[in-house]
Design a protein around this ligand. Structure first.
Ligand SMILES: C[S@@+](CC[C@H](N)C(=O)[O-])C[C@H]1O[C@@H](n2cnc3c(N)ncnc32)[C@H](O)[C@@H]1O
Length: 294
């Protein structure tokens, strides 16, 4: 497993929510504005951050299925969502929540997306969503995933896919060497085969367009400053660790890079919203599935 800790996810959650692209969020909201109820599948849910940010865009009644392969994170999602809601009832399926007058039922599903995509996507979904997931996935997985979503004719909304941009303040001459090594590390195998890493946003756009979807994208950078000191410091440490693991950065470059405390950072992400183009997306997916390399 990739091993994301609830503490790390809690630390990044405010920056994640702030960073979301407002234009893309508006498109999601407009798409479902006339609906009374929506079934939503959240992949790689962690502790439920995506639900806590997306529910406000969606109709009065929402049924969410939260999917992750890490049972500890699913457990943390349950307790974090129960604390976050205005009212909570423990139900057979999971939780029934009231938040800002919306009725939200939440079901939890432990599934490995890489090993059992069909199992992870099982059931009806109007919207399939994820936050900070697809840079971990391979290009091959993303294409297969786009076809599976098209087969269900669901809309697709994902936020905070890392796109390779890193800017630090103050700048250092070694910034570029560290960024290159980090981006290389991002492309290592995180359980899906070689990760798309910073190419994930364009792989998503290609994959969904090939499946007959209309794709919209917007930037959602973390703009981190004085109020995000702990996040900036942990990010810098994490990036240095990852860069070292690639073996591409020598000790002197690393020492120079880590010796400077960063006051601010910009880390680039992309948000993606994709909807079936002409009602034939599922047919295209079916014919692909019948005859291609998968
Ligand atoms: C960067 S975290 C994002 C968590 C959450 N969506 C958020 O925005 O806070 C990536 C999440 O994907 C999950 N994940 C990674 N690989 C997975 C897989 N193969 N199957 C299911 N979940 C996976 C991790 O357990 C983790 O919860």
């Amino acid at each position: 497993m990739t091993g994301f800790s609830p503490d790390w996810l809690a630390l990044r959650e405010p920056a994640d929510h702030r960073a979301r692209n407002a234009g893309i969020a508006n498109m999601v909201q407009a798409r479902f504005a006339t609906r009374d109820h929506l079934a939503v599948l959240d992949l790689g849910c962690g502790t439920g951050s995506n639900l806590r940010a997306t529910y406000a865009l969606l109709p009065a009644r929402q049924s969410w299925t939260l999917v992750d392969y890490d049972p500890a994170l699913l457990h943390a999602a349950r307790s974090t969502l129960a604390r976050w809601a205005d009212k909570v009832e423990i139900a057979n399926h999971g939780l029934s929540l009231i938040k800002d007058r919306r009725q939200i039922t939440v079901t939890f599903r432990q599934a490995d997306l890489a090993a059992d995509l069909d199992g992870a996507l099982a059931g009806d979904a109007d919207l399939i969503t994820a936050s900070a997931l697809f840079d971990l996935c391979s290009a091959e997985f993303i294409r297969r995933f786009a076809r599976a979503v098209a087969k269900k004719r669901a809309a697709f909304y994902t936020v905070l896919t890392y796109n390779g941009i890193q800017k630090w303040t103050p700048r250092q001459p070694s910034d570029q060497a560290i960024a290159q090594a980090f981006n290389q590390h991002q492309m290592s195998d995180k359980g899906f085969g070689p990760s798309a890493g910073p190419m994930a946003p364009s792989e998503l756009a290609d994959g969904f367009q090939s499946s007959g979807y209309i794709v919209s994208e917007g930037e959602s950078p973390w703009i981190l400053g004085a109020n995000d000191a702990q996040l900036v410091s942990e990010l810098a440490e994490g990036k240095a660790r990852a860069a070292v693991e690639t073996g591409q950065v020598d000790a002197k470059t690393l020492a120079a890079w880590t010796s400077v405390r960063r006051a601010a950072a910009e880390i680039g992400h992309t948000d993606t919203f994709a909807v079936p183009g002409d009602g034939r997306a599922g047919d295209i997916a079916d014919s692909d599935e019948d005859g291609d390399e998968d």
